[in-house]
Design a protein around this ligand. Structure first.
Ligand SMILES: [Zn+2]
Ligand SMILES: [Zn+2]
Length: 635
């Protein structure tokens, strides 16, 4: 074997490409990829959807080249931009695992990348994506930006703005920077957070000429379509074709791109020169942009930059986003890093080719880790408490234990203990005046009871006394409990900052009324960010905070049907609450079990179905799933 051949044997590469096009026969294409990738010994990920293909595979360079030529022979792939990067073999198991190159996974999916403002709505129409700009066009747009200021031509007057569609850990080490052009950097942890950022920052983009870019282009396809779907003022959205990757090829000195292009990991972060380090060490702020230590934020698992001299075994790291939300203050460096290493035996449908050189380095014992569970904050009903509610929902929590984790808290308004005096010889027509109240139960056996709203005449609990119920149970008493929202909101905000982030809020009865108020107010999002509410036996308080207009927060409404005989909250009240939500993103489960959260079939399956939509959004792809969070660019 000649030396050159021998070298080629050891040349490895990573190939990325995507193509949006109508696929006439998905199964046929699936068959092609299965036989082609297996015979060539490629590992990685292939996603096929009715409207396109997204491929990230690694293997021998010569095999990747053969793969490209065979794909090219299919007319569907006309004009596809194949990005092939050479690399050495993955340096360690961790990196290989993160890159998804421990197996080959070929699957048919509904969407290539999921980008909906909320998971129950459809992704934007890809046909509405912004026009592509070649690297050269993109460059000249930026070049002319400075000159535009002097020009009087009305068509050129639009202000240019750069929009980075990538995640914070990617923009940390490199981004576009051009004189006279603002670069908007959304500082998101994952792609699915981009629509909400766009929703909240539309005014920075409206009426401007927006130049979008990402690593290899695919994220801008959807994101530009989403931005353009906002209508008037958002017509001038362009995307960099082929992403930073193609731009860097065109401008090897980096052009207007400063720093490195985060692709998979440090080995193939492509960048101009070491003098151009944009990143800084999280701890000492020295110039640094190497992710090879794979340090992650203890709270959100996002990659963080920690330089060699700050690196310490077992240290805790708090990323800038978590710091902003008050995480980990004063707890640096001591807590043990909790890395979830659960290994699930059911690795997704994947074909494995154990004879490839890439795989021989990797440990097969590493399966796909369990997806991150949804964290759901639970708000109890009136005159209840965290532990009581936890007990009542234990069966539910058990049935959902693989998907969700429930976090229980007390409401902020302590309410008096109340007891109905036991009455001897009771019957429905008894006259209360003739009964002697029995002594109240001993206080020390009772847990404090709380509420989210209280009646205006209630001054809170004054101490240790029992209060005897004023009268018989009044099914409409909840309508009088309208005070105390401000205190409850402040309380929830601090729970979010100390115990968050949460994926969703589950509220029961009055807790549902509270959750409803929070979900109705978009402006609370910066302090209380969550993605869905579950409202059980809920009702709506007639508060201004409920606003008018449909509530856009994805919601699951669970309540007893008319004959379900919920004695506390009438079916109609829960129904009216459900009507306040955008039906495009709400799901209703009516059951026959009264004032409870049903845990039997078919209700439990409907609850699971609702929650699964959110686990899928977190775990956009199986590689990310393996990591408990998104780490890889989607292209
Ligand atoms: Zn450092
Ligand atoms: Zn973090």
């Amino acid at each position: 074997m000649s030396e050159i051949e021998d070298q080629d044997q050891h040349q490895y590469g990573i190939l990325l490409y995507y193509k949006y096009t109508q696929i006439p026969d998905l199964n046929e294409l699936l068959g092609f990829y299965e036989s082609n990738c297996n015979s060539l010994g490629l590992l990685g990920r292939v996603r096929l959807a009715p409207h396109g293909v997204n491929v990230t595979v690694g293997g021998k360079l010569s095999s990747l080249e053969r793969h490209i030529s065979e794909v090219k022979s299919n007319r569907l792939f006309e004009g596809t931009d194949f990005k092939l990067a050479t690399c050495h073999r993955p340096s360690n198991d961790k990196v290989a695992e993160e890159c998804g190159f421990t197996s080959l996974s070929i699957r048919i999916v509904k969407e290539l990348v999921t980008l909906a403002s909320h998971p129950l709505l459809k992704s934007p129409q890809i046909s509405n994506a912004g026009p592509h700009l070649s690297a050269i066009e993109f460059h000249s747009f930026l070049q002319s930006a400075g000159k535009l200021l002097d020009k009087e031509s009305p068509t050129d007057k639009k202000e240019l703005v750069l929009l980075d569609a990538r995640n914070l850990y990617e923009t940390r080490i490199g981004k576009f920077h051009a004189p006279n052009v603002d670069t908007l950097d959304p500082q998101i942890r994952q792609y699915s957070d981009l629509p909400s950022w766009i929703d909240e920052n539309g005014d920075q983009l409206k009426g401007k000429c927006v130049l979008m870019y990402c690593t290899g282009g695919i994220r801008c396809e959807m994101a530009s379509a989403y931005l353009r779907s906002k209508g008037a003022g958002f017509e001038n959205v362009f995307q960099l074709f082929g992403g930073i990757q193609r731009y860097m090829e065109q401008y090897p000195d980096g052009g207007y791109f400063k720093g490195k292009n985060f692709v998979f990991d440090h080995r193939i972060s492509v960048g101009s020169s070491d003098a151009n380090i944009m990143g800084t060490c999280l701890l000492c702020s020295s110039s640094f942009d190497d992710y090879s230590s794979r340090c992650r934020c203890t709270y959100c698992r996002m990659l963080v930059l920690v330089c060699g001299s700050c690196l310490k075994e077992g240290a805790t790291y708090v990323c800038e986003l978590c710091k902003k939300h008050g995480k980990g203050v004063g707890s640096m460096g001591t807590v043990e890093v909790v890395e979830s290493k659960q290994i699930s035996p059911d690795v997704e449908l994947s074909t494995v080719s154990p004879d490839t050189k890439l795989s021989s380095q990797m440990s097969w014992r590493h399966g796909v880790r369990s997806p991150r569970k949804l964290r759901i904050l639970c708000l109890h009903g009136f005159r209840q408490n965290a532990s009581g509610f936890k007990g009542r929902t234990a069966a539910l929590a058990k049935k959902l234990k693989h998907i969700a984790e429930f976090i229980f808290i007390d409401g902020p308004h302590e309410v008096p203990f109340i007891y109905q005096p036991s009455i001897s010889g009771t019957d429905d027509n008894c006259e209360s005046s003739s009964v002697q109240p029995s002594p109240p139960p001993p206080l020390e056996n009772c847990k404090k009871k709380f509420a989210w709203f209280v009646a205006p005449d209630c001054n809170g609990r004054d101490g240790s006394d029992w209060k005897i119920a004023d009268g018989p149970f009044d099914p409409l008493q909840y309508q009088q409990q309208t005070d105390g929202l401000d205190i409850s909101l402040t309380h929830l905000k601090s729970v979010f900052s100390q115990e968050g982030p949460f994926d969703g809020i589950l509220g029961f009865s009055q807790g549902a009324a509270m959750a409803a108020v929070v979900s109705a107010q978009e402006r609370l999002k910066s302090e209380m960010n969550f993605r869905f509410v579950i409202l059980c036996s809920g009702f709506s308080l007639n508060l201004v905070e409920m606003g008018c207009g449909l509530i856009k927060c994805p919601s699951l409404h669970i309540y007893g049907s008319d004959h379900g005989k919920d004695r506390q909250i009438a079916n109609q009240a829960s129904k009216e609450l459900a009507f306040l939500y955008d039906s495009g993103c709400s799901v209703v489960i009516e059951h026959d079990r009264g004032h409870i959260i049903p845990t039997r079939s078919p209700y439990i399956d409907e609850i699971k179905d609702f929650l699964k939509r959110f686990t899928q959004v977190i775990n956009l792809d199986p590689k990310a799933q393996a990591l408990n969070c998104i780490t890889l660019p989607l292209d």
